[in-house]
Design a protein around this ligand. Sequence first.
Ligand code: DP6
Length: 360
Amino acid sequence: MTIEQFIPTNLNTNANGGAVTWSSPSNIALVKYWGKKEHQIPENQSISFTLNTCKTITKLSYSKKETSNNNFSFKVFLDGDHKEDFEPKIKTFFERIDPYLPFLKAYHFKIETENTFPHSSGIASSASGMSALAMCLMSIEKELNPEVSDEYFIKKGSFLARLGSGSACRSIEGDLVVWGKHNDIEGSSDLFGVKYPYQVHDNFKNYQDTILLVDKGEKQVSSTVGHNLMHGHPFAQERFKQAEKNITKLKTILACGDLEAFIALVESEALTLHAMMMTSMPYFILMKPNTLEIINKIWSFRKQSGLHISFTLDAGANVHILYPENEAEAILEFIKTELVAYCQNGHYICDRIGFGAKKL
Ligand code: DP6
């Protein structure tokens, strides 16, 4: 598919208005997206587990503008409070998606959003937030053109979400989503995420993700700034090739259920992501002392117990603990007795693989 296919030709903007609501989850990358080109095109392919519990619920109300003008008109509310500081980000999003949704300037929008996880938890809400909003906009497109097919709806929802935040394009479907054109993944594209199209071993069904909230503060360096520091980064090209190879390796691992190989690949990806940050110019560190304490505890518990516990990291200090469902009891006990002490105010979230965005 090309971008031109996402430009609608027969939209009718006679509808006076209405409201739509979607919920959309966060996702956790196994092979990380880090580095992008212009127009939110990724430098390397990535793959993620869609989450289940951490999600955003967005209601988008739209009403026909009395007098048409060439501006976007919208207001954003988080948990019922008007959030002016969110509006520049949404304006940038609207500017990027305007060519693909020619009705945007014909309506006034009210965006009412809430997250199932605390706003100041250090959990990025951009993936769930942007994907929920993208799906609401797709529902309006469908109102204006009922001929939109289900396949187009999902692909374009992911395409739009990507223009809001790259990783958001991996939240529309589940349980595994690939983003970025890869020769070994049929149907994959730089423009949108696709549901992983191959058989996955039972070991990975209902995989668990317990998120340890190590630092709930605002990050010192945003993902967007971090991605940009991959331009001219001394190790960038090798890193992009490594991600491509890791997707090929992961395909074999997912088919045969090799948990040891899965752990090695996923942990190496997390540490490589942070190594890229530490070797950028300017360099930065997003891990905190407690992040390292947790990683070391996981390693020694894994050695001593033989259980398949592993970790991954986002662009922050929080730790995602990944493990198979059939080992959940012992691992959760370990988390509660040994790891919760390293979390800010003892906070953690029990999540697991989920299946994507839903219309409410
Ligand atoms: C470290 O998707 O937040 O979580 O495209 O600039 O919005 P923007 O970046 P974003 O980057 C997320 C990067 C990551 C890894 C990943 O999710 O693949």
